[in-house]
Write a protein that binds this ligand. Structure first.
Ligand code: NAD
Length: 368
């Protein structure tokens, strides 16, 4: 069993704009080391398409073992058209699935926050999204993306059949529901659990197990259940009714993307994927922006690094127990936005456009 090394941070920039945004995260970590007497040990490795190009695999064993012993993994993004035609097992995304599965990162936290300064960037009316602050907790290692049997097989009439299996067990449901209830207690104390219990047995089990956990341990938290299709609709109709939404892997994939777009700013939203704590209280975790490798803008110095920087703020809060430092970093981001500094993706009239690295520097200057 590989032990987690305290305060060890592994940077995995990946492909496309990944290296550009993670460079800014590295500057921020170094600032904390130099100015707040923190002792983060930083390491950096290849993952995804760039790893395939050099080693013929999207993640080498060496990098995988480094990930296993790191307290925090900061990922940029993987993938791009260069690697689209590779066979399934060599695709850049396989590295991510391997890390999520093997590190048992079962809880994916995706906040959807509408920054007041960017309220007009949403496609929804300002009064619908202004002040929006919801957290989606998506189960990440079970359900239909991993269930067996799976595959494509020929059938008698000459056609083919695609098979995926949606399964959940009591413990898989309860451990992710527990994360949602604990988070709600630190926020507005409200959890909405979302599934399709009307048409899926696994959804029925999901509802029953979440309810039972609530009855036994979390009676103080307000719990409601909502069918996933209704949840998708309510997210557009009245998103501010939600505080924490907990849902499975498949519905979480879609609902969290939908929620993120309410804010109109892909380049601003962070995420965390948390594993279970072992008996020594150690937890593995990976933090990454929700956006992809954005090949259309890679290498131009215009990518927004804020999503990655806010992902590091989540790492400070959830892995490193440094809430005060997380607050300082989040406030520095707000201050820069208040100063009307914008990267190209969030640019609007009367604002000043700056590059990826100038945005990192501006945030550091606010930290000072
Ligand atoms: P994307 O998120 O990379 O880009 C969507 C659009 O948003 C593009 O126009 C892009 O320029 C813009 N954008 C994204 N991040 C931005 C940022 N930080 N600043 C400014 N603009 C930004 O999604 P896509 O184009 O569908 O996917 C591109 C590649 O990324 C694909 O190969 C996909 O598989 C991969 N991907 C990887 C991850 C991951 O590594 N976790 C997630 C999603 C997609």
């Amino acid at each position: 069993m590989i032990k987690v090394k305290k305060r060890k941070i592994l940077l995995l920039p990946g492909d496309g704009i990944g290296p550009e945004v993670i460079r800014e995260v590295r500057k921020i970590i170094t600032w904390f080391n130099d100015n707040k007497s923190l002792d983060f040990e930083i390491d950096q490795e290849l993952i995804g398409g760039c790893s395939y190009d050099k080693h013929g695999t999207p993640i080498t064993d060496e990098v995988f073992y480094k990930a296993l012993e790191s307290e925090v993994i900061m990922l940029g993004a993987v993938g791009g058209p260069t690697w689209d035609s590779l066979e399934f097992s060599k695709k850049p995304e396989r590295a991510l699935l391997k890390l999520r599965k093997e590190l048992k990162l079962f809880a994916n936290l995706r906040p959807a926050i509408c920054f007041e300064q960017l309220v007009d960037a949403s496609t929804l009316k300002p009064e619908i999204v202004s002040g929006l602050d919801i957290m989606i907790v998506r189960e990440l290692t079970g359900g239909i993306y991993f269930g067996e049997p799976r595959g494509i097989k020929p059938i008698e009439n000459g056609e083919r059949k695609g098979i995926n299996t949606h399964t959940y067990t009591t413990s898989e449901i309860k451990r992710v529901a527990r994360v949602a209830f604990d988070l709600a207690r630190k926020r507005s104390n409200k959890v909405t659990s979302s599934e399709k219990s009307n048409v899926m047995e696994a959804g029925q089990l999901w509802r029953e197990e979440v309810q039972e956990l609530h009855n036994k341990e979390y009676k103080d938290v307000e719990l409601s259940h909502m069918l996933a299709d209704n949840c998708a609709m309510q997210l557009l109709r009245n998103p501010k009714q939600f505080d924490v939404i907990v849902t499975d892997n498949l519905f979480g994939d879609m609902l969290s993307d939908q929620a993120s777009m309410l804010t109109g700013s892909l380049g601003l939203l962070p995420s965390a994927s948390l594993g279970a704590k072992n008996k020594d209280g150690e937890m593995r975790a990976m933090y990454e922006p929700i956006h992809g490798s954005a090949p259309d803008i890679a290498g131009k110095g215009i990518a927004n690094p804020i999503a990655s920087i806010l992902s590091f703020a989540m790492a400070l809060r959830y892995s490193l127990d440094l809430d005060k430092e997380a607050d300082i970093l989040e406030k520095a981001v707000q201050d820069v936005l208040n100063d009307s500094l914008r990267t190209k993706d969030i640019m609007s009239d009367s604002m000043k456009e700056i590059s990826t690295s100038a945005m990192g520097d501006a945030i550091i200057s606010k930290l000072q």
